[in-house]
Design a protein around this ligand. Sequence first.
Ligand code: 9Z3
Length: 317
Amino acid sequence: MEAKDCNSKHVFFNQTSIPDSFDECCIEIDKFINQHSTDGRKIVLITSGGTTVPLESRTVRFIDNFSSGTRGSASAEYFLSHDYAVIFLHRHKSLEPFSRHINRQHFIDILQLTPENEIMEFLFSVKDEHKEKLSVVLKQFQSIEKENLLLKLEFTSLGDYLHILKAACEKLNTVGDKAMLYLAAAVSDFYIPKADMSEHKIQSSNGPLELKLQLVPKMLEPLVKDWVPSAFIISFKLETDKDILISKSRQALDKYKHQLVIANELEKRKREVTIVSTDTVTPIILTEEEVRLGIEIESIIVKEILKLHDNFISTKH
Ligand code: 9Z3
């Protein structure tokens, strides 16, 4: 009985705190969607990065889901280059569109300090060897900013992620079939409800730690049925065992009745994915030559999806 209760969607939302900046976040979402739906532009909500599940209310420790944010941030750039407006809901400090091209750890290496000028100012500049790449990225970024085509929202915990996702979906539903969901974030299947969580840091002096995690209710179900039923919805399926990847993707489509699953195996995810719909299975595999040329698999995924989204829109009219 207890497990069943914890699995219910309503209980989950009651069992997790609303993120601190939730109201501001909703206002930004509203403004962004109003602007672009008035312009008749297609809008994609991309989720990216892994969610955390806290073990303590005043969190010192948490369980993390793996994701660097490459899939989401690279895809965001390709959607933007095809004139979509992008809501980028991402894990705090995971990769972001455009800035992903500058390695955070080596940021300082691309700058140089020129000698003080006559008014004793320090002048910074980008080293010559980085100028070309950076100017291309900066140009794209500035034109996106000018038209306000990218809205970045952050989450850390699973609770924050789901609260913001639900609010964004409900607003996106007003856009109809021009809206797309691209759910690339790696989302935890397990969590500890607030009531079961230790408030303070768990003490090792109490001996080995035994954890009991509850199942997170499958939010794809209300998302497709209630939150944003009119949108084109793509989920991702991540497995480490290739033998179950396609069957699990089909199961998800069957169960949730959304449009596509993009299946990927953890180790091969940068070179190989499979786009699965109810009646097609389309592998995308980068050739050695494409890898050598630095072609990103997201550029090909996005191109395929644009066609499928257009077909989806035309069948609705
Ligand atoms: C993915 O499968 C993404 O492609 C990756 C991208 C997380 C592998 P990176 O960010 O990696 O480029 O390093 N995301 C979805 C993972 C997920 O949690 N899927 C759930 C599942 O497999 C369904 S929603 O059950």
